[in-house]
Design a protein around this ligand. Structure first.
Ligand code: ADP
Ligand code: MG
Length: 189
């Protein structure tokens, strides 16, 4: 609620047999929240419907239950928030305020490309949290394509460098879980 999760999705509801690329022991470990005390990040990559948001929310719920301050938004939502603060001349204050959250979840990096201002603001968010506080990021695009998202290979590389320096990168695979029932129906028809 306070963390503004888009849906209530727990790790326990996740079917790891359907998604062997997600190591259940690693996800359980992330659920302990130890990574937050080390200001480490988690990056969930993979095609739509493979469970990125589910796992990000599941880890976030565990962190919130353990008393950590957690805030969820889409990448475009975060940029809009920073743009608003920037337009009031309050970007440094906003970044400082956000640093008091142990965990920011940044969902759907890559669905909507950023213009240069948005890319710069996003870079400042990543820089301001580097080695201070954690992020979970999800993206449908591999890192190699983040240059397209941010319209600038230099910014994208500098950002990825900071994100993955202390991070678990989890690449989910396969078809959309949303479509699995249709697929089962197809193969048994
Ligand atoms: P993504 O963010 O990768 O596009 P989501 O996490 O939103 O995908 O997953 C799409 C839907 O399928 C959600 O309702 C989610 O709870 C469910 N889902 C995806 N993968 C699994 C899984 N392995 N086990 C249980 N539910 C899953
Ligand atoms: Mg998603």
């Amino acid at each position: 609620k306070a963390a503004r999760f888009p849906a209530h999705k727990e790790i326990e509801e996740f079917n790891f047999d359907h998604q062997p690329s997600a190591d259940r022991n690693l996800i359980a470990h992330l659920g302990t929240g130890v990574f937050l005390t080390e200001a480490k990040n988690v990056v969930l990559l993979g095609p739509p419907g493979t469970g990125k948001t589910h796992l990000a929310v599941g880890i976030g719920i565990k962190a919130a239950k353990a008393g950590h301050r957690v805030l969820f938004d889409s990448a475009t939502g975060w940029v809009a928030r920073l743009q608003e603060a920037h337009s009031r001349g309050k970007l440094p204050q906003e970044l400082a305020k956000l640093r008091r959250y142990s965990l920011l979840i940044i969902d759907e990096v890559g669905y909507i490309p950023f213009d240069q201002d948005a890319a710069n603001l996003f870079f400042q968010l990543v820089s301001s949290r580097y080695e201070h506080a954690s992020m979970i990021l999800t993206s449908n695009l591999p890192f190699a394509r983040w240059g397209d998202v941010f319209g600038d290979l230099t910014i994208a590389s500098a950002m990825i460098d900071r994100i993955v320096h202390h991070a678990d990168v989890i690449s989910l695979k396969g078809n959309s879980y949303r479509l699995r029932k249709h697929q089962t129906a197809d193969t048994t028809a």
